[in-house]
Design a protein around this ligand. Structure first.
Ligand code: HEM
Length: 283
């Protein structure tokens, strides 16, 4: 994680010293910052968070490297693992366990209906349409490797809705949860890539996990085992997820710890927003 942050100014009081090197303890705020400042690197940027140690190390050539003095959960495996651990914690415990083990519990007692499921599919399509279009049309460098990943669901959802139409079902209009989430994605896509990437990860990966299990239950319970396109990917899903994870990890390697934390903090918004769409399955 080599990051040159020399353009940002350092507000740390002792940064006026040009040759300081070592540890500075701020025991009152429980932050320890290690910093090195050289004439070749006269401005430095320090990331400080209570209870966490951050370090900006500048070598003799004046190149800055931001180093974690303490690991964040999942950090060793890469940033995707950090995002995964945060979102897993947000799942209501009984729900996640039940779907995983396919044991009896809330989801197996859900009474799925085609009408409610169609609302879920229509709003999901709106969200995927928006997410995929924003990524595809954007020139934000972080999104360059996220175009055509094979995880795209918009076209397959379109084919599923066509199928329902052919069966004589009326396809509902999209509802507030899908519209609100879609608008939110549009609002942040260009101005806040770390937040947007959090949504990109959660929306795509949610359907590879719990969403897929729900799809299986719906297929068995109300669709006479019809397998929807939504849950079919071209190629091995595990490989697609692996490729996208590697890409996301590469993107996050260019971020400061502050940007990573900002992305992680967006998880709650992402979970709550898509949860509103999952709720169609219930009522
Ligand atoms: C009825 C709703 C949901 C159910 C039943 C469900 C269930 C699950 C389960 C069982 C797992 C696997 C847990 C594990 O590996 O320990 C999982 C993982 C995950 N869920 Fe959900 N989930 C739901 C909603 C959501 C929502 C709303 C989001 C966020 C938009 C989300 C995002 C994720 C992500 C990103 C993972 C990690 C996937 C991976 O390991 O690659 N889930 N979910």
């Amino acid at each position: 994680m080599a990051t040159s942050r020399l353009n940002a100014s350092c507000r740390f009081p002792t940064s006026r010293r040009l040759d300081c090197e070592g540890y500075v303890g701020l025991s009152a705020r429980k932050v320890t910052v290690r910093y090195v400042r050289t004439v070749a690197a006269p401005r430095c940027h320090l990331v400080q968070r209570a209870n966490e140690d951050r370090a900006l190390v500048v070598n003799a050539a004046g190149t800055a490297k931001e180093m974690p003095n303490k690991n964040y959960p999942g950090e060793r495996k890469g940033f995707v693992e950090e995002m995964r651990l945060v979102v897993i914690k947000m799942h209501p415990k009984d729900l996640a366990k039940e779907v995983k083990r396919e044991s009896n519990g809330p989801v197996s007692t859900w009474e799925f209906t085609v009408e409610r499921y169609l609302k879920f599919l229509v709003d999901s399509k709106l969200v995927f349409d928006t997410l995929e279009r924003l990524v595809h049309e954007s020139t934000v460098p972080a999104y360059a490797g996220l175009k055509n990943t094979g995880l795209e669901r918009s076209a397959s959802l379109g084919r599923d809705l066509e199928w329902f139409k052919e069966q004589g079902y009326e396809i509902p209009e999209s509802m507030a949860p899908g519209k609100v989430y879609s608008q939110y994605l549009k609002d942040i896509a260009e101005k806040d890539p770390p937040a947007f990437i959090c949504h990109f990860y959660n929306i795509n990966f949610a359907h590879s996990a719990g969403g897929r299990k729900i799809g299986t239950m719906v297929s068995e319970k109300i669709l006479d085992h019809k397998e929807l396109e939504f849950y079919k990917w071209d190629g091995q899903l595990s490989e697609l997820l692996q490729n996208v994870s590697e890409e996301l990890n590469k993107v996050a390697e260019l971020w400061t710890r502050e940007e990573k934390n900002h992305c992680l903090e967006e998880t709650e918004k992402s979970f709550k927003s898509y949860w509103e769409i999952f709720r169609f399955l219930l009522s």
